[in-house]
Design a binder for this molecule. Structure first.
Ligand SMILES: Nc1ncnc2c1ncn2[C@@H]1O[C@H](COP(=O)(O)OP(=O)(O)OP(=O)(O)O)[C@@H](O)[C@H]1O
Length: 942
């Protein structure tokens, strides 16, 4: 390709100032002016011949050119006829000899090679060269950083969450149970893991399945925390897509739906199974009840999915809530080969406890005696063999972590306990004893039915009157005004009770309230929850049935009314967990209005005096419940028997103390150490904190937004309003045409909901970078500097190359070899120079044209030299990338292989995937390419 400068009708010329016009054709000329028609845009321009900003476009032998009709040809011969060029060559598809006069060239032509643009005067502002370089540099650093997918989440930096997310998010097809105690952030951990998996191309298609009361909350959390827009699937949405006869689940990459919807609908379940996913996430997984004889429908529904989907995250705060067998079954969902038989699992668990007990001395500061050391070595020969001095605390620590890694369910199950995390407000019990009304007395004396004993208000004969007779209702109606305007969450066991209480409030007071129960649609429930959350106009009280006790975020309230008490400690903890969760700012008041000498009063004593379950989380509750269940039931049915009640409480207390001791010393202590990340997460945390404190992103984006024409208005308080400017070079996907408020500060983003948190992970940042990197902006430019210390007229060529590789996304090549920039500067003598140019001015077009014409040959030589040097540098970078890839992935397989000797939770497929990944990346790196991305000529003109 080259350019010339005599005008003739039919010739093709490019505008130097308006390259968007496409390729023009001369339609007229006289001795003073020339007229060009640009067919791509239908516009004409008339220029004075003397200073027409035009460059003639001609091609050379070897170039490939495209015709207006869409076919291409490789030029082998050039003929000039009446000053118009006629190209001859081979049709690229048919191979036939072809002829293409320049008048018939494709007028949409847009030169994208830097050399083509440089020599045909398609120049941009010189600073865009710097912008391209910066964009490549930042993006290649980002893709190789350990904080990818984590640092950009709109969250407070909570160590245990980041630890779990980085441990799990870094795995290929992770299969884990996230089982932190209630309200410690499992949803956030899942969001971080999903985000990291997506950002590193480990996963693309994700299916989240949750109870229907949590669908909307998950949607909001995913969007708000990690900018992932999930599509909610329900029957009406699927039906609407049925017409296309395609599998609706294949139409979206990120899908969120309720377990009920999949379980009750065979067709949709089958479609979901057939759609192919990388990651399945199931919340409130304790619902997946299982026994060998009768696995529940919920369990089977998820089991089928877990068998076909490589990555699985299960979430539950109360893994033992519906029995230990079901807990085993959930582990079985994650790894059926390892957890094939319940008895073997129990046996293994007991050995694990034995191991945990043996290593407990490692947690303390005392010197280990010979017997203790011997036990550790016996139980963990692989882990302990490398260690020589167990009195060395570093070695102890290393052994402890190795043991956690290598044994039991540590890799599979993450459980943090409240006890290990500080900063939670206190919980206070406010018990309100109330006299038993006559209408309940007879029935309660006679009954041997637990439900009747616990819920006397459900008697059919009282259905329309109990709210007038039950003193708990009276108490509630007096209590609400006494704490007004504070919000109150009330939970009771049944939807009917919640509705009837709502009705009583409506008829007898003017208090704003709303109800939340399974009889309402998802939309109605979300409306009710919103109404409750509204600070100014909202409801003072939300009356929930049991479905309100799971997963929801109501920590803006500080008063919880338990209108009745549930039978299991885990369910009580779930209820309290609605308020007692991260983000709770005040002490929590738990109000229990109860009828004296009834089953409810027995439960209250049992929970409070026996387990201490109101004022603290009670991780041993289920274990105790299993042991005293019968005794408890007896007491519930004969609440007047004070002696039996005292015996129950005292036995409960004893068992609880002993189970707690075991937990603290044993298995859970190790699990917790593993899940908390203590001693492991600090580097990652420091990295994120350093990134937060660094202004590199804000500076770069400020520059980038300016360059592409986005208006930025400083709103104060570290917030900016971004609006599309009139001169935007291209549209920017994700930029709200009405404007959007953004911040680069985590502190602001976590306090102001409506402000977007711009981070290296944010889609708007990536889109803005794409706007320039996928376009030709800055590919060629010529700039002046004014430096009196350098010779006048001295010039340099700056060349920007990228080293990159094409490989299927699942290989995650960009973790090791993203498009890495190589920038070179060549002086007029053709030598490499380390000169850098701070401020380059745009050169006047005419002068630029003259310079380019005069410097064409030396510049071509400089480009050749730069290519040579770039290839050499690329060799080094490629070797480094290959070494890093092999050592990092190699170390990972080595570690997994070692772990596998002790811990069967390591799946063969996990190791095989990494082995294959190393081999495939190694081969792909052979084809890595160095490409010229941009050129800038800099001339000294003081
Ligand atoms: N790192 C964080 N930064 C800001 N808010 C957080 C963070 N972690 C958790 N939260 C908030 O704390 C609350 C509890 O978190 P989350 O819902 O993830 O807990 P959970 O363990 O899933 O709860 P549950 O056991 O009730 O299902 C939520 O409101 C969540 O948004």
């Amino acid at each position: 390709m080259s350019s010339a400068s005599e005008y003739a009708v039919g010739q093709r010329w490019l505008s130097n100032t308006e390259s968007e016009l496409g390729l023009g054709a001369i339609v007229n000329q006289d001795f003073r002016s020339v007229e060009v028609f640009y067919p791509a845009t239908g516009e004409s321009r008339k220029y004075t011949k003397n200073d027409a900003p035009l460059t003639r476009l001609t091609f050379e032998v070897g170039d490939t050119i495209k015709s207006q009709d869409g076919w291409s040809m490789e030029v082998s011969d050039i003929e000039i006829s009446q000053d118009v060029v006629i190209y001859h060559g081979k049709h690229t598809e048919t191979g036939e000899t072809s002829r293409l006069p320049e008048t018939m060239l494709d007028h949409h032509i847009r030169l994208n090679q830097p050399e083509q643009r440089l020599f045909s005067m398609q120049h941009d502002i010189p600073k865009w060269f710097d912008l391209r370089l910066k964009a490549f540099t930042h993006m290649s650093d980002y893709q190789r950083s350990q904080t990818i997918g984590l640092a950009g989440a709109r969250i407070e930096l909570i160590p245990h969450q980041l630890h779990i997310a980085s441990q799990v998010g870094n795995r290929h097809a992770p299969r884990v149970l996230l089982a932190d105690e209630v309200g410690l952030g499992k949803t956030i951990e899942a969001a971080l893991i999903i985000h990291q998996q997506i950002k590193t191309a480990r996963a693309q298609r994700v299916l989240i399945v949750v109870p229907d009361s949590l669908v909307h909350q998950w949607l909001v959390e995913m969007l708000r925390r990690v900018n992932l827009a999930f599509a909610i699937f329900d029957e009406s949405r699927c039906e609407a897509m049925d017409e296309s006869e395609q599998n609706p689940f294949e139409q979206e990459q990120l899908v969120l739906c309720s377990l009920d919807f999949l379980r009750d609908n065979t067709k949709r379940h089958e479609q979901a199974l057939a759609a192919g996913w990388d990651l399945l996430v199931v919340d409130e997984a304790h619902h997946l009840v299982w026994s060998a004889e009768a696995p529940s429908a919920d369990y089977q529904c998820i089991e089928a999915l877990a068998q076909t989907i490589a990555g699985v995250l299960l979430l539950t705060a109360t893994p033992d809530q519906l029995g230990h067998e079901s807990h085993f079954a959930r582990l079985r969902l994650l790894d059926p080969a390892r957890f094939h038989d319940y008895d073997t699992f129990l046996n293994e668990e007991s050995q694990y406890s034995e191991l945990a007990e043996a290593v407990t001395p490692l947690l303390g500061d005392d010197t280990l005696d010979d017997e203790q050391i011997k036990r550790i070595r016996e139980l963990a020969p692989h882990s302990a063999s490398e260690l020589t001095n167990l009195d060395d605390f570093d070695q102890r620590d290393a052994l402890l972590h190795a043991l956690i890694d290598r044994h039991g369910t540590g890799r599979l199950l993450f459980r943090n306990r409240r006890a290990g995390i500080t900063g939670f407000p206190e919980r206070h019990l406010q018990a309100h004893p109330l006299p038993l009304p006559d209408v309940y007395e007879d029935m309660l004396e006679l009954t041997d039915d637990l439900d009747e004993a616990l819920y006397p208000e459900r008697q059919p004969s009282l259905v329309n009157s109990w709210t007038d007779l039950d003193p708990r209702v009276e108490w509630l109606l007096e209590f609400l005004p006494s704490v007004k305007p504070e919000k109150v969450l009330l939970i009771c066991a049944s939807a009917v009770t919640a509705q009837q209480l709502g009705e009583a409030i409506r008829l007898r007071t003017g208090i704003r309230h709303s109800v939340f129960h399974e009889g309402m649609s998802i939309v109605e429930r979300d409306k009710a929850a919103h109404f409750f959350a509204d600070d100014e106009e909202g409801a003072q009280i939300l009356l929930c049935s049991e479905i309100g006790s799971e997963g929801r975020n109501f920590q803006f309230a500080h008063h919880l009314v338990l209108f009745d008490l549930p039978m299991t400690p885990d369910l009580l903890e779930q209820r309290i967990g609605r308020l007692d969760r991260i983000g709770q700012t005040k002490d929590i008041q738990i109000h229990v209005p109860y009828l004296e000498d009834t089953a409810q009063s027995v439960l209250l004593d049992w929970y409070h005096d026996g387990l201490g379950a109101f004022t603290q989380t009670c991780p041993t509750g289920t274990g105790v419940f299993e042991q005293v269940k019968d005794q408890l039931t007896d007491c519930l049915l004969v609440p007047q028997d004070k002696e039996s009640r005292a015996a129950l409480v005292s036995r409960t207390h004893e068992i609880n103390q002993s189970l707690r001791k075991q937990l603290d010393a044993g298995r859970d202590r190790l699990l917790e150490l593993n899940a908390s990340g203590k001693g492991k997460v600090e580097d990652l945390l420091d990295d994120i904190i350093a990134q937060d404190a660094n202004d590199a992103l804000a500076d770069f984006m400020n520059w980038l937004f300016d360059a592409i024409g986005v208006n930025q208005e400083d709103k104060g308080n570290d917030c900016f309003i971004l609006r599309p400017g009139e001169s935007m070079v291209n549209s920017l996907p994700g930029l709200d045409p009405e404007g959007m408020t953004v911040t680069y500060r985590r502190r602001v983003a976590t306090t102001l909901e409506h402000v977007h948190y711009l981070s290296w992970d944010h889609p708007l940042v990536h889109n803005a970078v794409d706007v320039i990197l996928t376009d030709t902006i800055g590919k060629a430019s010529l700039g002046f500097i004014a430096d009196r210390t350098l010779p006048k007229g001295a010039y340099w060529l700056e060349a920007l190359f990228t080293l990159s590789v094409n490989a299927p996304a699942h290989l995650q090549a960009s973790r090791f070899l993203p498009a890495i920039p190589i920038k070179l500067c060549i002086d007029a003598q053709g030598e490499e120079s380390d000169t850098t140019f701070e401020k380059t001015r745009r050169a006047n077009k005419k002068i630029a044209q003259q310079l380019i014409g005069a410097l064409k040959t030396p510049v071509n030589n400089q480009i050749d030299k730069a290519r040579e040097l770039a290839s050499a540098q690329a060799e080094t970078l490629l070797t480094q990338a290959r070494d890093t890839m092999k050592s990092s992935l190699g170390a990972e397989t080595e570690r997994l292989r070692e772990l596998q000797q002790d811990n069967p939770a390591i799946r063969d497929s996990e190791i095989a995937f990494i082995d294959d990944q190393i081999a495939a990346l190694d081969a792909a790196f052979d084809d890595a390419e160095v490409q010229l991305d941009a050129l800038r000529i800099v001339v000294n003109n003081p």
